[in-house]
Structures are given as structure tokens and as C-alpha cells.
Design a protein. Structure first.
Length: 740
């Protein structure tokens, strides 16, 4: 589109936006060739001259010239509007870049403020420094702990966050300001991050400089603190729970040290030790009995010493879960055999196993008592050769129904097994089964499969020593290979006369509620009666059998309603959040259930809540902030006034101590953050230095914003009014001067 200058002088034609950076510009353009417009103007002038070269009556030249001028202007403007003229105007405005202010709101900042002396600025001085240094600048203010929160101004900042995550704060600030002209970040902190990644990795690739202000005393404070606590998250009832406590000493003379473990207000155990020299740490291990099954919370408290900067880090909480390890095992055998005696003896060595043994007579009755009326009361069924020839259909059906309902089953093959009955009643439940009913066998041993290397069943010492099985006496293997069921995992295959065969010997299977394992071999008693030099190999088989029982016993989570806290231990001041899931009998998620929660406080008060549905069977409850202590909850899910299921649990709310693990400000880290990002570290009481660092930064470049305005003259009413005015004036004077 051609363009021409639009007077008055000083405006010029532009065809590139670069010209707009120097001065405001107005341009005029038309939708066709400029030369056609000149020809149209010449034509308009010729038409006006031809119209008024002679008039009747004859008018003086001045009047004919005035009428000709009006006619010329009318035709010229109409012609111009037909060329679609456009008037464009640009304005450029200089905009100051944005400065992001990130203020550490963690509790350690309040501690640093309390330690500030007369010559050391506190948090109020730091905030005043930032405010004076950024006066007149466009700023974005945010506080942070584990995440950022945007603030209206620095005057609203409080130091109550229980975690410090410098890396996340910087990343979230860069993301929030990615679409704005950011010139730099001012980071005010004590440098003590205790959550998240190392902030130096973020600083190295940060898009703008980070100017840091260090707050707090970089010298060591007098403090004895718990540096860390390690224990098992899962343990079993009746066992001792080890707790390793790391304690660091800063500035206290060596002397007696005491570690106390409490459950509520009950003292579990006390451990005495010696406080290490100043600047070092020591580790003490305490033990206590796990107690009954359930979720437990204990407090670890160490000695307090005079002059410590804070006692908040002399105590911490631990949460763990105690599982019931008592296993009720029913061993049923098709007949007495050495394998039955060997397996029963090995399992009886485990104090967590309660054995009930039933061996069948030839007439179908049982040794050592009647067949249990309801075998679903047992945690595990161990079928050695069962079903046999003498097994009754009722007993076989009872076992099959229990396994199908979810009772784990370990099947150990025997020479007296009835393969036809086994295939008929347990063919869909076991991981493998015989292809025909011929009971012939061959002597050999087993060979671990690659799947065994990562499976819990083969988690035994020196599990890579696969030759151990060759050193043991041979056992009896099926001569005809068994068929593996789809979805089963084969852990061991057969080896005969040193030749490895793909025939399965040990396999496991888990699908839905069914959890079974099978050993397609007999004569296992030979692996328990060995010479002294083979005791380690025999011990491997004993551990393998125990692992298989434990794997079967470990229940899968098939609850229809599952409610768990977002974390087992909350910090005081955190909002408590419970997450739930609800399923039907086919384990399909239900989103239209009513899930009620009854919360029991440490004082025994009951608080009812209702969880909110979030779709796809998920539910959530946010109770808000609760006082410190241990809470129990009971969850009930209902649908159409029918109870679908229940769940329960425990969570604790403890006094926050994470922010008090370290009390010495880390000015070196803040200096490295500034250096690696291209920023400057300034003193907390130097507003001029901070302002100079910001303005002298290469990223602090005022941005020129250009605004373009476009006027399409042929679409504007003033253009029409101008043409009508000119034609009306011409008609008015023609009438007045007597022209027709």
C-alpha cells in the first residue's frame, strides 16, 4: 500500500517499524497507485474548469473561481475516498522493567531476626532497605516457604512457613513472570533451605540476574539439635523397632546426653550417651517394642542445655506402621509323608506362624482332629499333596471356595496327589497344573529363572549362587512338564543330569483376590537332612520356604474404601487433607457414594466431616488447621443407604522443627546464587547499593512500547459530512448568483 507524508512538516513516511522507535509518526496511504490519485486530481480540476469556464448569466472571475474550487474539492475528495485512504499514527512510550521481590517467610527468618544484634539489621531493616531501593520501580512481591504466594506489599509479610524451598520459589517466580518484562529478582533470605533441589542449579540458568540479601548471623550459635532420625516405616508386632538418632553439638561442652522415646506421654525407653565435642555429631540407637498392629507415632526428645538458641530442634516425631505378623497356617496333606513332617518342622521354627496340621487317612478321615469347619479363618492354606485319592468332594470344594474367596494357597506336589482332581478343582487357581494324570517322576534339581532375581521369594543370601541347588540331594520332578497358567510367574525350572529344561517347578500367581504358589516337586525333605558342609544350602531352602509363606501372607489392598492422610505426619499450622477412594465389588471406582469421616481428637472429642467427590471414585477432605496431637479417623462409605465399606487410620500433627535444624545463616550460598545468575549480593542495610545493582544490571533496559492507531477515512462520517458540505455550499452559491 503506497504512502505519502502528511503535513505539517516533521512527519514523514514510514514503511518499517524501526522508524517508529525514533519519533511519533503519522502516515497517509491509499489502496491503489499514487499516480492514479494524481490523475484523478487532474481530472477533477479539468472538470471544475470546464464546468465554470462560462456561465449564464456571466459571473465575475472570482465567483466562477470559487464555484470551481468547491466543485474541484468535492470531486477530489470523492475520488480520494474511492481509493480507500488510511491515516496511521504511532506513539512510543518508555516503560520501566519489572523487579521481582522474593521474601523468605520461613520460621528460621524469625529466629534470625531474634538473633540480630545492635549492629546487625533485622527483618524490618531488610524490608525497609528493599522498599527504599525499589521506590519508583515497578515491583512484584511474593513470599515463599515451600511455594510462593503473591503479596500486595512487603508490609504484609509474616514469618510462619515451616519449610524453605529456594529452588521451587525461584522456578515459580520465573514461571509467573515469564510474560512480563522482568529485569531481575531480589531474594531476601537466610539461605537455609531444607526442602527441594539445590538452588544453585536453578540460578545457573535463571533468565535474569538474582540480587541477594543475606539475613541472619553467619556465625555458629549455641545449639544441640537432632540432625536426623532413621527408622523403618513398616514393622511387625512383637518385634523391636530400632531408631537411629543423629545429634549435633554447636558450642556446648561435652557431657551426659539422654535420648527419650515417648508414645504420647508414656516413656518407651531411655538411652544414655555422651554429647560429642562442639562442631561434631554422634549417633545413638534406641530400641522399643512395636506393640500391637496399627499406625504409631513416637516423640524423640534429647537433653536440653543452658544457653541454646532454641529448643525447638531438641524434639521430633516419627510415624510408622505396625503390621500383624501372626500367621495362622492350615497344613492339609493327602497322607502323612516325610515332606509333611519337614515342612511342618521348618514352619514351626517361625514364632510368627501358628500351625494347624491335618493329614488324611485312607478312609478320608483326618489325623490329629477333624477337618476345620470354616477354613477361611486361616491366613494361609498349605496343601501338601492335597487333593489325594482319599479326599472327599466336600473337603476339596471347601478348600477351592476358600482360595477363590481370597485365602492364599501354597500347593506342594506329592506322589500321592490326585492329578485329575487337582486339575479339575484347582486348575484355574494354581499358577501351573499337570497336562495329564500320569504321576511318573524323574530325579533332578531346580534352576532359578531370571524372574527369580528380583522376586521376594528368592530373596535369600547369595541368591546369585545358582549352583547351590546342584549341591543339594536330588528331588523328584514330574516326568511330564506342567502347563503354566497365563499371568503366572515361573521362578524355577528343572535341571536333570546337568541339563537345564524349561519345565516349571516353582511358580507364583496373583490375580484379583486369588494368590497362590506351587512347587511341582516332592522329596523336599532331602534338602532338610544334609551333612554339615551343606547346611548353608539347606538354610537357603528354609529361607525360600519362609519367603514364599510371607509373600502369600502379605495381603494385597483390595479394600472397597480406602482413606489415607496426604502425609502421615503434619506440621503444626498445616491444613490436614485426607484422600479417599471408593470401589464396588468388582473394584470399579464409584463416584456417587457418601463418605463420612469421624475424627477423634487427642482429648477424645468427636468431629464429623463429609468428604467431597472429585470424580472417578476419588474423594477429598480438607479439615483446615488442627491443634498438635495424634488423631484417629473412621471412614464409612454409603450408597443408596447401604454401607459399602469402612476404613480407619491415624495421623499426627507435631510441632514444627524442620526450620530449626540449622541456626547459622548461609551467606555463602546466597553469594553463589547471585554470582551464578549474574546478580550481586548486597548488604541488608544498603539501599543505595541494591538500587545501583538493579539499575546497573545489563537486564535493566527500559522497554519501548509502540501504539499504532489507524483511521480508515472512507469509513468515517466526517468524510461524508465534508463532501455534503462542499456540495451544499456550491448549490447555495449557484442559487444565490442566479445559476441554474
Amino acid at each position: 500500500m503506497p504512502s505519502i507524508p502528511f503535513w505539517p512538516p516533521g512527519f514523514h513516511v514510514y514503511t518499517d517499524l524501526i522508524h517508529l522507535l525514533y519519533a511519533p509518526t503519522v502516515a497517509f496511504s491509499i489502496g491503489s497507485s499514487f499516480w492514479l490519485l494524481i490523475l484523478a486530481a487532474i481530472g477533477a480540476a479539468a472538470a471544475a474548469w470546464w464546468t465554470y469556464r462560462k456561465t449564464i448569466p456571466d459571473l465575475p472571475g472570482s465567483r466562477r473561481g470559487s464555484l470551481g474550487l468547491l466543485r474541484f474539492l468535492s470531486i477530489l475528495i470523492i475520488s480520494l475516498l474511492l481509493f480507500e485512504p488510511v491515516l496511521e499514527r504511532s506513539r512510543s512510550t518508555s516503560i520501566e522493567p519489572l523487579i521481582g521481590l522474593l521474601i523468605d517467610q520461613s520460621e528460621s527468618m524469625a529466629l534470625a531476626d531474634s538473633l540480630a544484634g545492635d549492629e546487625q539489621p533485622g527483618t524490618a531493616d531488610v524490608l525497609a532497605t528493599i522498599k527504599r531501593a525499589t521506590a519508583g520501580m515497578d515491583t512484584w512481591v511474593a513470599g515463599f516457604g515451600s511455594h510462593i504466594n503473591v503479596l500486595a506489599e512487603t508490609d504484609t509479610i509474616t514469618f510462619t512457613r515451616d519449610r524453605t524451598d529456594l529452588a521451587t520459589a525461584l522456578s515459580e517466580a520465573a514461571s509467573a513472570l515469564s510474560d512480563r518484562p522482568l529485569a531481575g529478582i531480589v531474594l531476601a533470605s537466610d539461605g537455609l533451605y531444607n526442602t527441594g533441589a539445590n538452588p544453585l542449579h536453578i540460578a545457573e540458568r535463571f533468565p535474569v540476574p538474582i540480587h541477594t540479601i543475606a539475613l541472619g548471623d553467619p556465625t555458629d550459635q549455641i545449639d544441640v539439635r537432632i540432625e536426623g532420625v532413621v527408622t523403618n516405616e513398616l514393622t511387625y508386632s512383637g518385634l523391636d523397632v530400632p531408631v537411629l538418632v543423629r545429634i549435633r553439638n554447636e558450642g556446648v561442652a561435652t557431657g551426659p546426653l539422654e535420648v527419650n522415646l515417648f508414645s504420647g506421654e508414656t516413656l518407651l525407653t531411655t538411652l544414655a550417651g555422651t554429647l560429642p565435642p562442639s562442631g561434631s555429631e554422634t549417633s545413638l540407637e534406641a530400641r522399643f517394642e512395636a506393640g500391637e498392629a496399627g499406625r504409631k507415632t513416637i516423640r524423640v526428645v534429647i537433653s536440653r542445655y543452658p544457653g541454646e538458641v532454641t529448643y525447638r530442634n531438641n524434639e521430633t516425631r516419627l510415624d510408622f506402621r505396625v503390621l500383624d505378623q501372626k500367621k495362622s497356617v492350615l497344613l492339609i496333606a493327602a497322607s502323612p509323608s516325610p515332606d509333611v513332617s519337614a515342612i511342618s518342622r521348618l514352619l514351626s521354627l517361625d514364632e510368627t506362624v501358628s500351625m494347624t496340621v491335618r493329614a488324611q487317612r485312607r478312609d478320608g478321615s483326618w489325623h490329629e482332629g477333624d477337618f476345620p469347619p470354616d477354613i477361611r479363618d486361616f491366613d494361609l492354606i498349605l496343601a501338601v499333596g492335597f487333593p489325594g485319592i482319599s479326599s472327599t468332594p466336600a473337603d476339596i470344594r471347601s478348600v477351592a471356595e476358600a482360595v477363590d474367596a481370597g485365602t492364599p494357597l501354597l500347593y506342594v506336589h506329592q506322589r500321592t496327589s490326585s492329578l485329575s482332581r487337582l486339575q479339575e478343582s484347582f486348575g484355574t487357581l494354581l499358577p501351573m497344573g499337570p497336562r495329564d494324570a500320569r504321576p511318573s517322576s524323574i530325579q533332578g534339581t531346580i534352576q532359578q529363572t531370571p524372574a527369580a532375581a528380583s522376586h521376594a521369594v528368592f530373596d535369600i543370601p547369595n541368591r546369585r549362587d545358582v549352583s547351590r541347588w546342584r549341591r543339594l540331594p536330588p528331588i523328584s520332578l514330574p516326568e511330564r512338564p506342567w502347563e503354566v497358567r497365563p499371568g503366572a510367574t515361573v521362578l524355577a525350572t528343572s535341571e536333570v543330569r546337568g541339563i537345564a529344561l524349561p519345565d516349571p517347578v516353582i511358580a507364583v500367581f496373583r490375580q484379583g483376590r486369588v494368590k497362590t504358589a506351587a512347587i511341582a516337586a516332592y522329596g523336599l525333605w532331602r534338602w532338610t537332612l544334609v551333612p554339615e558342609d551343606l547346611e548353608q544350602e539347606a538354610l537357603g531352602f528354609e529361607q525360600l520356604l519362609g519367603n514364599m509363606v510371607q509373600w502369600l501372607f502379605a495381603a494385597d489392598d483390595d479394600r472397597l474404601i480406602r482413606v489415607e492422610p496426604e502425609q502421615s505426619s503434619f506440621s503444626e499450622g498445616d491444613a490436614v487433607r485426607l484422600n479417599g477412594q471408593v470401589y464396588d465389588e468388582a473394584l470399579r471406582p464409584l463416584s456417587d457414594a457418601a463418605v463420612s469421616i469421624q475424627l477423634t481428637s487427642p482429648e477424645g472429642q468427636l468431629f464429623p466431616y463429609e468428604m467431597q467427590a472429585r470424580g472417578n471414585g476419588r474423594y477429598v477432605l480438607d479439615t483446615g488447621v488442627l491443634p498438635a496431637g495424634t488423631y484417629q479417623y473412621e471412614a464409612v462409605a454409603q450408597r443408596d443407604e447401604q454401607v459399602l465399606g469402612t476404613d480407619s487410620g491415624v495421623f499426627s500433627i507435631g510441632q514444627r522443627s524442620l526450620e530449626f535444624r540449622r541456626t547459622r545463616a548461609d551467606a555463602d550460598l546466597l553469594g553463589q546464587i547471585a554470582s551464578r545468575s549474574g546478580g550481586v549480593m548486597v548488604q541488608a542495610d544498603d539501599p543505595q547499593g541494591l538500587e545501583a545493582a538493579i539499575r546497573n544490571s545489563t537486564a535493566y533496559i527500559p522497554r519501548t512500547e509502540i501504539q499504532l492507531e489507524e483511521f480508515r477515512l472512507w469509513q468515517r462520517l466526517p468524510s461524508l459530512f465534508l463532501v455534503l458540505t462542499l456540495l451544499s455550499l456550491e448549490w447555495f452559491f449557484r442559487k444565490r448568483w442566479g445559476l441554474v
